[in-house]
Write a protein that binds this ligand. Structure first.
Ligand code: FAD
Length: 447
């Protein structure tokens, strides 16, 4: 039976969910505090870029938006590491043909809103800020642009209003509601590398990384030839955003740490001073649902740091899983919500932990010799035993294996990789084609 559904937040996850519920025939009203992003002017470098991978594509295809998104996305086949001496090292993400895809967040949001808006039973309400909820009715109160308040009574409310969710803040008052919010030591700032007359100034099909220990710069390609860069620095202390407060300091820092990038960002000082510095937060909470009436989805229930490129993908996967559970439970929203939160919470916790771990990998380890050796061994195992050894990064990015399962298998793989990395002539065995027989004769991978 069709439900009257209220969605709070028309960001990436909210608009995808609106499309799914619209497709399933529900009557959907989706409220967004900002103006309609489709009418905003989004120039290159003014929007974060997202890396979309398999879980994201699955959900986008489910609602029929995948092909439109593919047209606006660029494949990134691996990481391009920029050494301090301006050297370049390329590390593929997976096997031939496996890539993650760069897309501007604003562009993706526009596509998803447009897509959901096609359904007659989906109505968008912009400039509506959710102020409060009555969980039992359920109903939601919104402030509209003239300052008036509007109350909406409904059957179901989905909170897709991001890391600082207003819906969650009402649920936080419930007995036994657990919540934690943790800022990490680093903030981030967007910068950009312009195209050279429509030409990319660096390899187009790579995610570029300048790993420098406690700080890091990354750059993702855009279809117009530009790159959107993100600078991650501690917010205080040595080499921090707090310290880089003069033109001389900023320039000196880039000359020291990112000399090749500096050459490509002639307007560095302008961008640095104009663009905001934003914090990075991890949010964990439980429960995610209230009776058969209210549910939190996406960052509202599990915001993570961006270093695995999985925050949005995980939110999109929430939507795919909800779809499966709608088919399974039909009208029984109570059982549906209970199963959703029980199965999904361990996976949300797992990807939160993996994302933090990947921060260390990206900013520090990718530049180190032993790490690159370990990656070579991992790749050789993947290529030699593709059915038996799928690296953790590939499981997370190129399969729909539950995140908690990827952590469990990854822990076992670490033991194997540690052991192989200690084998002195391991790289020669790989190069000389003797790797398979070595692994098999030592029973390292079970048949
Ligand atoms: P949001 O995108 O935050 O959307 C929430 C929406 O709710 C917004 O439109 C907001 O305006 C609206 N809203 C908020 N409060 C109210 C209210 N009171 N009333 C009405 N509306 C409200 N993820 C990836 O998968 N890959 C990546 O490469 C990646 N890179 C990232 C890089 C950075 C620097 C950051 C910070 C994050 C990155 N992420 C990435 C994570 C990703 O951005 C989030 O996981 C994703 O945006 C979550 O979507 P959401 O719809 O749940 O929340």
């Amino acid at each position: 039976m069709s439900k009257k559904v209220t969605i709070v937040g028309a960001g990436l996850v909210g608009s995808l969910l609106a499309a799914l519920l619209g497709k399933r025939g529900h009557s959907v009203d989706i409220f967004e505090r900002r103006p309609d992003i489709r009418k905003a002017d989004i120039s290159a470098g003014k929007s974060i870029n997202m890396a979309c991978s398999t879980r994201g594509w699955k959900a986008l295809d489910l609602v029929g938006a995948g092909d439109k998104v593919r047209e606006a996305a660029i494949a990134m086949n691996g990481r391009m590491m920029h050494g301090i001496n301006e050297s370049l090292t390329f590390q593929p993400y997976g096997k031939e043909g496996e890539a993650i895809y760069s897309i501007s967040r604003a562009g993706l949001n526009q596509i998803l809103i447009d897509h959901a808006d096609q359904f007659d039973n989906v109505n968008f309400h912009f400039n509506h800020k959710c102020l409060d909820l009555d969980l039992d009715t359920p109903s939601a109160t919104f402030e509209i642009s003239n300052g008036d308040h509007k109350e909406v009574t409904t059957d179901l409310i989905f909170g897709t209003d991001g890391a600082f969710s207003a819906v969650r803040s009402v649920m936080q008052k419930l007995k036994h509601f657990n919540f934690s919010q943790e800022y990490i030591s680093h903030d981030y700032k967007e910068l950009s590398i312009d195209s050279n007359d429509g030409q990319f100034q660096m390899d187009k099909h790579a995610l570029h990384i300048w790993p420098r220990g406690s700080h890091m710069l990354i750059a993702l390609p855009n279809p117009d030839g530009s790159f959107t860069c993100t600078l991650f620095l501690p917010y205080e202390g040595g080499n921090s955003f707090e310290q880089l407060n003069s033109e001389t300091e900023i320039r000196r820092f880039f000359e020291d740490k990112f000399p090749d990038a500096l050459k490509l960002i002639p307007n560095l000082i302008e961008l640095f001073n104009e663009n905001p510095t934003s914090p990075l937060v991890i949010v964990r909470c439980f429960p995610w649902t209230y009776e058969d009436k209210v549910a939190l989805i996406g960052d509202a229930s599990h915001a993570i740091v961006p270093f695995y490129g999985q925050g949005m993908n995980a939110g999109f996967e929430d939507v795919s899983i909800l779809d499966e559970l709608m088919t399974k439970h039909g009208e029984d929203w109570n059982s549906l919500f209970l199963e959703f939160q029980a199965t999904r919470k361990p996976d949300a916790d797992a990807i939160a932990d993996l994302a933090l771990k990947n921060f260390i990998e990206m900013r520090d380890l990718v530049g180190q010799e032993w790490f690159l050796k370990r990656k070579k061994i991992e790749r050789a195992l993947y290529e030699t035993f593709p059915g038996k050894f799928i690296p953790q990064y590939s499981m997370v990015s190129f399969t729909n294996t539950p995140y908690s399962e990827a952590v469990r298998i990854g822990n076992q793989q670490d033991l194997i990789l540690d052991r192989l990395a200690e084998t002195e002539n391991i790289l020669e065995l790989i190069e000389q084609g003797n790797f398979k027989s070595f692994i098999e004769s030592n029973n390292i991978i079970q048949n």
